[in-house]
Design a binder for this molecule. Structure first.
Ligand code: TXE
Length: 499
């Protein structure tokens, strides 16, 4: 950024091997926000070599959990110190509002704090093997060199969900942010460098390359020196990465988005009505729908469907769209022109499939927004599962409405997706709520709420939403190998072979 080198390899900032750069666009007005270095496959291989060397040769992987916990806490301090700068960069890069970007930085901080606490508390497991002379224990060790690939919708947050447990476990890593939104990851790497210097962490523990996934992908995912790849992004890319990694039997964890149902029963009643409308609205239109867990499928009981959809549409039309830096904006643009074109194609598809357009379906008419990649909150009623607009992840501000008449049908619809990341259920009947929550095959299910997560609870998907988990204790375990140590303190001959 600002002409400074943006790649961080073996403890040194550097430009790309071939001098290549990429323009990073502010989606609120189409302007070039920054020009950053665009790594080559050779840069990626250098970064992997540095991480491998730091893992194999350096003292890092043998550091104490307490030392690593203190490092994570320090990183959390630095994130808060630079909160405003990071939030502004995230807004310029992704288009999301400053309020959202600040929440992202705070969430990221809480993830570092959580893992700082957790890594110090994990004890080895002692196993009784039935022989008093044998001390048997199961220990966890860092998995090794990790390649961390993040998407553009939550650039800093998604990368941090990977970096915090990776460092906490004692791994070394190569980060690759999305080429569409690299700015906060570059700034964050500067904070990591600062903290690591204070804690005398060797060069090569943390490395950063950014550039096109298609170009860097092969170097990052087919290299036998890599022990683990953690990826968040689209289903097609997840498949490609999983296939590429299979050649070296490299462990892979993938989070691939979702097509998430939000089921509303008529018994929400008058008391629950306002919150239900509000949560369905927020669940789908926050960050213009560019959220893997967005509640894009409203599945609503027939008897209240007309009124519910009308109430939603009225509120959707009042959402204030604008530049994320303007405090009056409630939601910003889509991340790029290219992505808006994809969303527009889905809207055209929905209309051709026979869905009824209730509101939206167009760019905003305000001339002040003409240069940005804005799109109106859009609601399609009378949808069914045969429609691609219901089955596929549109990743835009599009809500589809399906109607049901009984609980079994609601559950069947909620599970009728190849994904399985998240779901919401709204009912005033606690027993029904528990029944439905249990029956849904999704990684996170909210009952009478939507969208929340915590660093302490696992996040990830069933089905084609991916495999592996982030956050919580399992999110740390992903970065650990398990070793069983059998220590015989009084060895005697086994007596098996007698000659
Ligand atoms: O993501 P990609 P795209 C969904 C959403 C979106 C679709 C495609 O539906 O419309 O995915 O988005 C890197 N080897 N999600 O194409 O390509 C890429 O550079 C290695 C859901 O922008 O999956 C970036 O860093 N890496 C999602 C990262 O993968 C490769 C969030 C993600 O980009 C690569 C974003 C390759 N061959 C989109 N090709 C979620 N789960 O939240 C690309 N990349």
């Amino acid at each position: 950024m600002d002409g400074e080198p943006d790649l961080f390899v073996a403890g040194t900032w550097r430009h790309a091997a071939d001098g290549g750069t990429r323009d990073v666009v502010n989606p609120a007005d189409g302007s070039t926000a920054e020009v950053v270095d665009e790594a080559t496959p050779a840069d990626a291989r250098d970064a992997i070599a540095a991480a491998r060397n730091a893992f194999d040769e350096g003292p890092w992987r043998a550091t104490t959990a307490g030392h690593r916990a203190a490092l994570l806490d320090r990183i959390a301090d630095l994130l808060q110190r630079d909160r405003e700068r990071l939030a502004d960069l995230e807004t310029v890069d992704t288009g999301k509002t400053l309020a959202e970007s600040r929440i992202d930085v705070d969430d990221v901080t809480s993830v570092f704090r959580y893992y700082a606490k957790l890594v110090g508390t994990l004890a080895d497991r002692v196993v009784d093997v039935g022989d008093p002379d044998v001390i048997s224990r199961v220990v966890r060790e860092p998995i090794g060199v990790c390649v961390l690939i993040a998407p553009w919708n939550y650039p800093l947050l998604q990368m941090s969900w990977k970096v915090a447990p990776a460092l906490g476990a004692g791994c070394t890593l190569v980060m690759k942010p999305s080429e569409v939104t690299p700015l906060t990851t570059i700034a964050f790497t500067g904070l990591l460098e600062e903290a690591m210097r204070e804690f005398e962490v060797p060069a090569g523990v943390v490395n950063l390359v950014q550039g096109s996934g298609a170009v860097l992908g092969e170097a990052l995912t087919t290299d036998g020196r890599v022990d683990f790849i953690s990826f968040t992004g689209g289903l097609a890319t997840g498949r490609t990465i999983s296939r590429a990694a299979a050649e070296n039997v490299t462990k892979v964890a993938v989070e691939l988005g979702g097509k998430n149902p939000h089921i509303v029963f008529a018994d929400v009643g008058e008391d629950g009505w306002e919150a239900a409308v509000d949560h369905v609205l927020t669940g789908v239109f926050l960050h213009s729908g560019q959220v893997c867990s967005a509640g894009t499928r409203l599945i609503v009981e027939e008897s209240i469907a007309d009124d519910f959809v009308a109430a939603l549409a009225a509120r959707a039309e009042r959402i204030r769209i604008g530049d994320g830096r303007d405090p009056a904006s409630e939601t910003g643009p889509l991340v790029s022109e290219e992505h808006r074109a994809k969303v527009e194609a889905y809207v055209a598809l929905g209309i051709s499939e026979g869905a009824v357009l209730v509101t939206g379906g167009a760019r905003p008419s305000d001339p002040a927004l003409a240069k940005g990649s804005f799109y109106l909150p859009t609601i399609f009623d009378r949808c069914d599962r045969s429609m691609r607009i219901v089955a596929e992840e549109t990743f835009g501000p599009i809500l589809t409405v399906e109607r049901f008449t009984d609980e079994a049908e609601a559950i069947a619809l909620g599970n009728d997706t190849e994904y399985g990341l998240a779901a919401g259920v709204r009912t005033s009947d606690a027993a029904r709520g528990e029944r439905v929550v249990r029956a849904l095959r999704h990684g996170t299910v909210w009952l009478n709420d939507f969208g929340y997560y915590t660093a302490a609870a696992e996040w990830g998907g069933f089905g084609k939403s991916g495999n592996g988990r982030e956050l919580g204790p399992t999110g740390l375990a992903e970065y650990q190998e398990i070793k069983h140590i059998w220590h015989n303190t009084a060895p005697k001959p086994a007596g098996w072979f007698t000659g």
